[in-house]
Ligand binder design. Structure first.
Ligand code: UD1
Ligand code: UDP
Length: 371
């Protein structure tokens, strides 16, 4: 009889990174595959499910506006208890570092269901930054039976925490598998993005959402962006804004009313990935975008104080700018003004794999169940 794998995810980035794995596991047919979504995000999750044509077997539909991490944790644990009791999978596959990830892993532990952790071993070394993701990752590692590490560095982090080597597979990141399925040479956007002058302007792609940046740091970041646009007539900013109302309020106060700053609704993954590919530079505090933009040869200014993704920093395509206005402004202005600096950073590097992460995960799962 086929072993039963259940995947669970809840937010946009988890969905993007788990979608190619779900599709591959379904196609290969070696396992029975069940898909559960917590819907920690609702609209931003559904956009990805639709793009990849994934129909969940279970949908916990937990999102509430203004949800706290305690709300998410308790609703996911309770919802997953029912699903796991009903399905009794042979393994639960979780992804990354969200509260869906950790709470689902804990629910699986309570039901004595082994957990496989996709995108395991990332560490910033500071348990409050990113918050609560660093702790979510560490707790998920403690619970998991199998660890799919994107890079050798991630594997080494796990070994330092006494995870046995045979439980780890270095796979690359499934985000590259996802990215390769949506990037198109001749992509045309349509809609609002047609108003953006990609030919004559230096287009800055902006995203900002992290919990530890809410408040003062986010105000600093948006002031730096505003200054960048005011000081450089050849700069145009596109900001597909996260649905969190905390972010929308600050952005409206600081960034609205400038015709070279386009604040738009979150984009579907396909146009977003192609927007990375067409823009000049990326300014972000996102995790996933730090992996995608280097693969597409775009310099990234990271508006955070640290990163759990040092590979692209070491390769020279990502700069950690911090969260003070002057630092963020200076890092971005340098790339706008200095062509040599720009070209030095605008090199395609891909420390996160070659688009075969899902194949490697499937192989490790097959070995695990075979033994
Ligand atoms: C979550 C993850 C974070 C991840 C991010 C990706 C946690 C604690 N945080 O943060 O690790 O980087 O997702 O985007 O797991 N909202 C909507 N519709 C949506 C999505 C969000 O309206 O489709 C609004 C809701 O009001 C919701 C709020 O955004 O309450 C915050 O969502 P939440 O998942 O709690 O936090 P994120 O900041 O999105
Ligand atoms: N993304 C998207 N549409 C957008 C903004 C981002 O599809 O409007 C994708 C992006 O390409 C990446 C992922 O969403 O794969 C990153 O999500 P986010 O920044 O919300 O979360 P993080 O990666 O920081 O956890």
């Amino acid at each position: 009889m086929k072993k039963k794998l259940m995947t669970v995810f809840g937010t946009r980035p988890e969905a993007i990174k788990m979608a190619p794995l779900v599709k591959l596991l379904q196609k290969n047919g070696e396992f029975e595959v069940k898909v559960c979504v917590t819907a920690q995000h609702r609209q931003m999750l559904d956009m990805v499910l639709e793009l990849f044509a994934i129909e969940p077997d279970y949908d916990l539909d937990i999102m509430q506006h203004g949800q706290t991490i305690t709300d998410i944790t308790s609703r996911v644990i309770k919802g997953m208890e029912e699903v796991l009791k009903a399905e009794k999978p042979d393994m639960l596959l979780v992804h990354g570092d969200t509260t869906t990830t950790f709470a689902s892993a804990l629910a699986a532990f309570y039901q004595k269901v082994p957990v496989g952790h996709v995108e395991a071993g990332l560490r910033s070394g500071n348990k409050y930054s990113p918050y609560p993701e660093e702790m979510n990752r560490m707790l998920t590692t403690s619970i998991s039976e199998l660890h799919f590490a994107p890079t050798q560095g991630n594997r080494e982090n796990l070994l330092k925490e006494n995870i046995a080597d045979y439980k780890i597979a270095v796979t690359g990141n499934t985000v590259i598998d996802a990215l390769m399925s949506v990037i198109k040479e001749d992509y045309s956007f349509g809609g609002e993005l047609d108003a953006v002058d990609f030919e004559n302007k230096k287009v800055v792609l902006l995203t900002c959402h992290r919990r530890e940046n809410w408040g003062e740091p986010m105000i600093n970041i948006f002031k730096a962006v505003r200054r960048l646009v005011d000081a450089h007539k050849d700069v145009e900013v596109v900001f597909p804004i996260h649905m969190n109302p905390n972010i929308r309020k600050i952005a409206a106060e600081i960034l609205s009313g400038n015709e070279r700053i386009h604040i738009i609704e979150p984009l579907d993954y396909e146009p977003f990935a192609n927007l990375i590919s067409k823009c000049h530079i990326v300014m972000t505090d996102s995790g996933g975008i730090q992996e995608e933009a280097p693969a597409l040869g775009k310099p990234v200014v990271v508006m955070r104080t640290e990163t759990e993704r040092p590979e692209a920093v070491e390769a020279g395509t990502v700069k950690i700018a911090g969260v003070f206005e002057d630092d963020v402004y200076n890092a971005a202005a340098l790339l706008i003004e200095d062509d040599a600096e720009y070209l030095e950073m605008a090199r395609a590097v891909n420390p996160y794999g070659n688009g075969t992460a899902c194949e490697k995960i499937n192989k490790k799962l097959a070995e695990f169940f075979c033994h």
